[in-house]
Design a protein around this ligand. Structure first.
Ligand SMILES: Nc1ncnc2c1ncn2[C@@H]1O[C@H](COP(=O)(O)OP(=O)(O)OP(=O)(O)O)[C@@H](O)[C@H]1O
Ligand SMILES: O=P(O)(O)O[C@H]1[C@H](OP(=O)(O)O)[C@@H](OP(=O)(O)O)[C@@H](O)[C@@H](O)[C@@H]1OP(=O)(O)O
Ligand SMILES: [Mg+2]
Ligand SMILES: [Mg+2]
Length: 345
């Protein structure tokens, strides 16, 4: 794809890159074709993602964003090349599944069944500890965790039997886009667990020096930022404190952490080979192209990392340079589709 009104003549592309002048008439025709992206997004996501800069860049490249009307049948709208969606509720997922079956030529970002898997905090992290990333300069773990479906005495006993060490982070089992599904608690002792509302996962709190790494993935592109997180819990605090405490949502603040304010051992980003290996595996295993991973480094270690959360279509508006990354991603989807059509014909 290229600017609609630009016909490549010489060796230089409109991006200033130099390449071979091998553009055929068919390729130019394809490049001039518009890419239509139908979107079905919550109003919050639309506000943060469809920013004017993204729309301007997209228009220049012949990409248009068309709002999907949820009151009308999807097949009667479009035609779309890509459907970008993040809405609440299972009904919508059924609509998308049905549409994808009828329109396999449309790229749906992302498949509902893949999204569903990470909307459950148990299945979200399943299998991650088995990923073999030998030679990637680090080790990936997940915190020990268990699911609590009912608040009974036997379930609190199970916590002891499962060998989980306090304090525990209590997270709602299902992530359904509501504020409540992001309401987390720190529980310091077994008795206090009775105050929590199942279904939830109880996860060991891992000391990590108060900094979290948000690893954004857009197709093949990875961008990592630092965010503030919860401070370490000292042994003294573990012994003295009892009860449950609600977490502030520190790590979802838009501001990335400036590394100069931090101890370099805490600030150092996870090694590139480790991130690349982890993302490659997760992309394949989860079948998602738009997600982010929350990672922390165990306090006092150089190379032991924990994955604590994975989010579908996260707050990309907070990812540096997200507009250009998405334009390139959409163009690569168009190119892949074009190549497939050429192979078939
Ligand atoms: N096991 C853990 N050990 C230490 N800190 C944790 C742990 N789990 C969560 N946290 C802290 O709590 C924050 C929120 O947890 P988590 O990311 O699981 O929740 P969430 O509601 O899914 O967040 P998001 O807004 O990213 O979707 C994390 O960013 C981190 O600061
Ligand atoms: O609201 P933001 O832009 O911050 O995006 C957040 C996003 O909310 P939105 O999809 O409603 O926008 C959340 O989605 P749900 O779990 O609630 O579905 C979740 O993905 C967070 O992790 C995102 O924050 P981030 O981790 O990327 O900072
Ligand atoms: Mg998170
Ligand atoms: Mg999350």
């Amino acid at each position: 794809m290229r600017d609609n009104n630009i016909m490549p003549k010489g060796n230089e592309t409109d991006d200033g890159e130099v390449g071979l002048n091998t553009t055929s008439f068919e390729q130019v025709q394809q490049q001039q074709k518009k890419l239509v992206i139908g979107y079905a997004l919550t109003s919050k996501k639309k506000m943060s993602f469809l920013q004017p800069k993204l729309e301007v860049l997209a228009r220049k490249k012949g990409i248009s964003f068309v709002s999907i009307d949820q009151e009308k049948p999807l097949s009667e709208q479009g035609p779309f090349d890509v459907v970008l969606h993040k809405l609440l509720g299972n009904e919508w997922h059924d609509v998308i599944e049905d549409y994808q079956q009828k329109h396999p030529e449309v790229t749906v970002l992302d498949p509902p069944c893949a999204i569903q898997r990470i909307y459950n905090r148990q299945s979200m992290l399943q299998g991650i500890a088995d990923i073999n990333l030998a030679d990637c300069d680090g080790m990936i773990c997940v915190p020990k965790q268990m699911v609590v479906l009912k608040n009974t005495t036997s379930s609190t006993n199970e916590v002891a039997e499962a060998g989980l060490n306090f304090p525990l982070v209590a997270k709602p089992l299902l992530v359904d886009g509501t504020a409540k599904s992001h309401q987390l608690f720190l529980a310091y002792d077994r008795l206090s667990l009775a105050e929590l509302e199942p279904p939830l996962v109880l996860q060991e709190f891992v000391n990590h020096g108060g900094v979290l790494f948000k690893v954004f993935v857009v197709g093949d592109v990875i961008k990592v930022v630092r965010r503030f997180s919860l401070p370490n819990v000292s042994n003294c605090e573990k012994e003295k404190v009892a009860g449950v405490f609600q977490f502030p949502r520190v790590s979802s603040s838009a501001a990335s952490v400036d590394k100069t304010e931090l101890d370099p051992r805490v600030a150092e980003l996870p090694p590139k080979p480790l991130l690349e290996g982890l993302v490659r595996e997760l992309r394949n295993r989860l079948g998602l192209r738009l997600f982010n991973i929350d990672m922390i480094r165990e306090h006092g270690s150089r190379d032991v990392y924990y994955v604590i959360d994975i989010n579908y279509f996260p707050g990309y508006g907070k990812m540096p340079d997200y507009e250009q990354v998405f334009i390139d991603f959409f163009l690569s989807l168009a190119q892949t589709k074009h190549n497939k059509i050429q192979c078939v014909s």
